[in-house]
Design a protein around this ligand. Structure first.
Ligand code: ATP
Ligand code: MG
Length: 398
């Protein structure tokens, strides 16, 4: 079928009275970015948005907008003249896409009150016609399909399909955070979840060459690219050289506590970066009880280094739910590539599940972390999503 438009229904932003204009503006720019290169025109008004399709495939466009935050649902629309015959013709066309014994009904929205037929008359006319022509059963209460007819000033819009959007709020309407991004399954999902609330992220990745390879870094860059592409924004990643810190921890901190200290230093660095870029919280993929560093005691001991908010969108999810989401967002296949991340290499044999704060502080007093932290922050490399620049200076170190 040849569709002329896509109707985009807004999500929760309809609740935000005062900021509505700004919300809609952000949504338009993300949609335009996600549809770059496509021959479309985006027309937004207060209550809904239309995307004019210049011979583009409606389903391809809908697929590209599936992960844009702030979209409640989308429908591909056929636009026709305000004529009874045209409505009948299109109704049969839509009907022909339904499965054999499925039920249907006709629903009418009459915005143009000057149209010569009333809502009920249109329903009767078109519904009756489809039944006569096709024998399709009607079900008013719970139809399998609804043929929607909207009589508007500029013409009649007809459709029968509604595709769910990602919901949430448009990105960039809720401030900024630093996302701790490893190459695993969890942290990209945490990123998507936080972005769903309209919050922008800049990623931070701790990189320990040569213990972690260029390929593992490429994998994290790929995750950033996927997140950016799906959500229709550009994402920056700060790559922190972490080798010296990891080596110092490995040498000086007892095995059982090294993970705790590593996490603590990561948090200190994330907080400093956050403050320098105007981010108001840190986000990570922690999940309560998943591993030794994510018991309540561990989280408490780790968190003592900061009073900056640390948001954990996956805190209570089942691993299975996280995997499902990762598949939905499209990061799963990349996340499960086998390249090691920095913590796998330095993984302690028996990490403490109940690390005691006093002990941690005592061990850490053997290392002066401050110069290491300053150096790491100074040597941060930036990666921009979907940029060609894949040869950072790290490749020279390998
Ligand atoms: P994932 O690796 O997908 O995040 P995980 O269960 O392997 O999940 P951990 O390795 O225990 O998680 O790490 C917990 C969190 O710490 C991660 O979700 C991530 O936010 C952060 N993190 C771990 N390693 C790094 C890293 N090298 N760079 C940035 N953040 C990291
Ligand atoms: Mg991990």
């Amino acid at each position: 079928m040849n569709y002329d438009l896509i109707l985009v229904r807004y999500g929760e932003l309809t609740l935000k009275k005062k900021n509505r204009k700004m919300f809609i503006g952000k949504l338009v720019s993300q949609i335009e970015q996600a549809l770059e290169g496509k021959s479309v025109v985006v027309r937004a008004n207060r209550d809904r948005m239309y995307i004019e399709l210049d011979n583009e495939d409606a389903y391809d466009i809908i697929d590209r907008l599936k992960h844009i935050n702030g979209i409640l649902s989308m429908s591909p629309i056929i636009r026709l003249r305000k004529s009874e015959d045209e409505m009948k013709r299109v109704a049969l066309e839509l009907e022909s896409t339904f499965n054999k014994d499925d039920t249907f009904k006709v629903e009418v929205k009459r915005v143009d009150k000057s149209f010569h037929l009333k809502t009920h008359d249109i329903q009767q006319l078109i519904g009756g016609y489809v039944v006569r022509e096709t024998n399709r059963p009607v079900n008013i209460k719970q139809p399998d399909h609804t043929i929607m007819i909207e009589v508007r000033f500029e013409g009649v819009y007809m459709y029968s399909e509604v595709f769910e959007g990602n919901g949430g709020l448009p990105l960039g309407t809720g401030g900024k955070t630093v996302l701790m991004l490893s190459g695993g399954i969890d942290s990209p999902v945490a990123g998507f979840e936080i972005m769903k609330r309209g919050i922008e992220v800049e990623a931070i990745h701790y990189f320990s060459p040569p213990y972690t390879s260029e390929r593992s870094l490429e994998k994290v860059k790929k995750l950033v690219d996927i997140m950016a592409e799906k959500t229709g924004v550009s994402i920056k990643m700060h790559i922190v050289p972490f080798t010296k810190i990891q080596t110092a921890i490995y040498d000086k901190i007892p095995d059982g506590y090294s993970m705790t200290t590593t996490r603590r230093v990561m948090l200190i660095i994330a907080e400093r970066l956050a403050k320098s870029i105007g981010a108001e919280a840190i986000v990570n993929g922690e999940n309560i009880g998943q591993v030794a560093s994510q018991t309540l005691t561990s989280m408490n001991t780790i968190n003592q280094v900061t009073n900056f908010p640390v948001l954990r969108p996956l805190l209570t999810y089942e691993k299975n739910e996280i995997i499902q989401k990762s598949m939905y967002y499209g990061t799963y296949e990349t996340s499960i590539l086998p390249y090691e991340d920095c913590c796998t290499i330095f993984k302690p044999k028996k990490p403490k599940t109940q690390p005691n704060l006093e002990n941690v502080e005592k061990y850490e007093s053997n290392i002066d972390f401050e110069p290491f932290i300053e150096e790491a922050l100074k040597d941060i490399e930036i990666y921009h999503s979907n940029s060609e620049e894949k040869n950072s200076k790290f490749s020279d170190l390998l």
